[in-house]
Design a protein around this ligand. Structure first.
Ligand SMILES: [Zn+2]
Length: 138
């Protein structure tokens, strides 16, 4: 690992199942076992009813672009200089939860609000697999 490598997510007790799902090509979100509220990111306690009983469900992987930015000026340049321009987006899954990710597979300047996207999984290095989103085919 060099001094300027990209940060890699570190799984904790709450998110380990989520990251394992990504390695299997499955986008997992939590559903409260008491009140059925879906939630993301992974959390020990339901914000709606405070229950700690949870089950994992597989999301469809389909969603829409809720908001986004296009990064043109990489910081730090040593790490992200080869990636620009790239898009960081808030994706609203069709299940209703939102997650921060990247939109790939298109000109980042062509991204539009409500654009339909679907998940794809990419290696993030060191055994980590990251969910990213690409424009829906067709
Ligand atoms: Zn709940």
């Amino acid at each position: 690992m060099n001094e300027f490598s990209k940060p890699i997510p570190v799984a904790d007790a709450d998110s380990a199942t989520y990251w394992e799902g990504c390695r299997e090509g499955r986008l997992l979100i939590q559903r409260c076992s008491e009140c059925e509220t879906l939630r993301f990111p992974p959390n020990r306690i339901c914000a709606a009813c405070h229950s700690d009983k949870v089950k994992w469900v597989e999301a469809s992987g389909k969603g829409r672009v809720y908001s986004w930015i296009v990064v043109n000026h990489p910081v730090p340049r040593e790490v992200y200089g080869d990636d620009v321009p790239y898009a960081v987006a808030l994706i609203e899954l069709e299940e209703g939860v939102r997650m921060v990710s990247n939109v790939i597979g298109c000109d980042p300047h062509a991204i539009a609000a409500d654009m339909s996207v679907e998940v794809v999984f990419e290696s993030g290095g060191e055994g980590v697999v990251l969910p990213k989103f690409q424009p829906m085919a067709g």
